[in-house]
Design a protein around this ligand. Structure first.
Ligand SMILES: NC(=O)c1ccc[n+]([C@@H]2O[C@H](COP(=O)([O-])OP(=O)(O)OC[C@H]3O[C@@H](n4cnc5c(N)ncnc54)[C@H](OP(=O)(O)O)[C@@H]3O)[C@@H](O)[C@H]2O)c1
Length: 329
């Protein structure tokens, strides 16, 4: 395993980590979740990602039970939660002091840990002043309940504002952002956040390296019964998948098959290794509903040297979606 610093912080996360979105609870029960986590940990994974909204808290409960059973030293792994969607009532959602505090306490209970290593604001909240969010996160850090706080799917401008407010008032600034990043979704990580890596030392814990499985090529002939697109609770994902744009993505994934074949690796490994190639990525969060998938994806790290400049150019030609950079970069 390779370990990368989480931005400018001293924390080193495994370059590949494991998340539980969709899988834990809907596709994977308690013992299967435990097996996946054990497999990851044995391969050097030290970061496990979660959120209050995943399966309405059940995903964190399963992860907490697995952590308890596995009995790893608390100083050998990191675990996260994210707050924003905690319920339907106004007090249960958003990034105000009330919900962030309740969400943190509830996640600690479900995950059965004394502190969260990473705690994210799962989306921006336009109805809460950023200063209120920053002050609350700082307080949770000061209380020892959270070690590093960050954002997910915030704009560069919002992150910059949070950082500036923290510095101005002597509070703890955000350390990391959790954006989507894969061959089909590049703009934020490759263009928008560029000044933040240099100026703020922002770390990134990136999500959906396989675009929910599309980049494995598995959807070329339709939707396999045991796949994410067939999970009834995620009908919205299937709708996106069946849209014009979704169909175009499946075609693009098919076009990458030749590159993977030439290298003698799977399409999943090609897609994960491609994310790892970006030095601004602190950790690529993997998802897996089966142990075989996880082993295959973890092996992507060994395949990284195969992605030479020449191969990257070939991939770029197929993708044809490189974000345009301003001239100073
Ligand atoms: N912050 C956010 O807003 C946000 C949003 C989304 C995700 N995340 C985080 O990022 C993590 C990873 O996201 P993700 O699960 O969407 O990642 P992903 O890698 O894009 O998709 C993972 C899914 O693809 C399929 N798959 C994986 N490896 C495969 C292989 N080798 N062959 C065939 N199919 C394979 C599996 O689904 P099936 O077997 O069901 O097909 C698996 O569950 C999440 O668990 C979560 O922690 C965060």
């Amino acid at each position: 395993m390779e370990y990368r610093r989480l931005g400018n912080s001293g924390l080193k996360l495994s370059a590949l980590s494991l998340g539980s979105w969709v899988t834990f609870s809907f596709q994977v029960d308690g013992s299967a979740a435990e097996n996946l986590m054990a497999l990851a940990y044995e391969q050097g994974v030290n970061f496990f990602d979660n959120a209050e909204v995943y399966a309405d808290g059940e995903s964190e409960r399963l992860m907490g039970q697995a952590l308890r059973k596995l009995g790893w030293g608390r100083d050998t792994y990191c675990v996260s939660s994210k707050a924003y969607w905690g319920g339907d009532r106004p007090t249960q959602r958003g990034l105000h002091r009330k919900h962030l505090t309740d969400a943190c306490h509830a996640a600690l209970q479900r995950l059965q840990v004394d502190y969260l290593d990473l705690f994210f604001c799962h989306r921006p909240d336009l109805e809460t002043p950023i200063e209120e969010t920053v002050r609350t996160m700082h307080d949770l850090v000061a209380q020892g309940k959270v070690l590093y706080w960050g954002t997910s799917e915030w704009s560069a401008q919002q992150i910059q504002e949070a950082y500036g407010l923290a510095r101005q008032h002597g509070l703890t600034p955000p350390t990391m952002e959790q954006p989507q990043y894969n061959m089909l979704h590049r703009d934020k990580v490759e263009r928008e956040f560029l000044p933040l890596y240099a100026n703020l030392g922002l770390g990134t814990t990136t999500w959906s390296p396989l675009a929910s499985g599309v980049l494995t090529g598995k959807y070329r002939d339709g939707i396999p019964e045991d796949s994410r697109m067939a999970v009834p609770e995620y009908g919205w994902l299937r709708e996106e998948f069946e849209s014009e744009e979704g169909r175009a993505q499946v075609r693009k994934a098919a076009d990458l098959e030749g590159v993977a074949k030439e290298l003698g690796i799977s399409q999943a490994q090609l897609a994960v290794a491609w994310c790892l190639k970006n030095p601004h990525v602190s950790t690529v969060i993997l998802g897996a509903s089966k142990p075989g998938q996880l082993s295959e994806n973890l092996a992507a790290l060994e395949k990284l040297p195969l992605l030479t400049d020449e191969v990257m150019k070939k991939i770029e030609k197929v993708l044809d979606n490189r974000p345009e950079l301003p001239t100073q970069f």
